[in-house]
Ligand binder design. Sequence first.
Ligand SMILES: NC(=O)c1ccc[n+]([C@@H]2O[C@H](COP(=O)([O-])OP(=O)(O)OC[C@H]3O[C@@H](n4cnc5c(N)ncnc54)[C@H](O)[C@@H]3O)[C@@H](O)[C@H]2O)c1
Length: 247
Amino acid sequence: MNKIVLITGASQGIGACIAETFAEKGYNVAINCRSQNEVENGGNSVAENCRSHGVEAECFIADVSNFEQCANLVKEVAERFGCIDVLVNNAGITRDGLLALMKEDQFDSVIAVNLKSVFNMMHHTAKLMIKARKGHIVNIASVAGLYGNPGQVNYSASKAGVVGITMSAAKELGARGITVNAVAPGFIETPMTAAMPEKAREAALSGIALRRGGLPKDVANAVTFLASEEASYITGQVLVVDGGMIM
Ligand SMILES: NC(=O)c1ccc[n+]([C@@H]2O[C@H](COP(=O)([O-])OP(=O)(O)OC[C@H]3O[C@@H](n4cnc5c(N)ncnc54)[C@H](O)[C@@H]3O)[C@@H](O)[C@H]2O)c1
């Protein structure tokens, strides 16, 4: 029987690539989208790409910063597929600005989507995994959460929080056969980074040992590894995928 993976924020970007990579490996895929609009403009084609690998795939709408919507999301996915073997907390936003100029809402919204969502999803999913006495959780952090980044006090705080919640949950859930890890991407080639001014891009790339930006697939490969049997003795870790940007 195929294993089941639930990925938040999977209608585009890194999340979509993670969904398709799990499908290639034979997992049935639950694709979380924030809205019906995202289902129609992204989610449905991600699901179709997943199904082309012979697995089942479906979109589920929820705003993961909302505790109740996460409860419903986990319930719906468990009812549809029978269980959740792997949870990937990928949904994230940026609302950059300098510390002295940042509005309260800029800080609160990034913490809600990037960090509180991880608590929401792990809280509801852990109950199922504890009952099953197995499961893998992979949270998407960022190098900004490990080393900081100017203009991103909100984002780096949220991602540092993701690292902390990952380690605490790993210590709590290890005895139940559940692993909890994080992947911290560096500079990944997505529409977000493509929109950077050429000079800023060049400066970022020149600081990377491998002299290129990462691809969504580089992140997805790390995520599927941490969810695999090959990684069953790895928990509470942060796997940095940054081409040697920071060491
Ligand atoms: N792109 C990079 O260089 C990079 C680097 C480090 C970390 N990351 C992290 O990787 C993850 C994916 O980033 P990406 O580059 O693919 O960004 P993206 O903007 O392309 O995708 C983010 C996804 O999250 C979804 N999302 C946002 N708010 C949501 C909510 N409230 N509920 C449900 N879904 C929501 C969006 O709809 C979108 O599908 C994020 O956590 C991001 O912080 C990205």
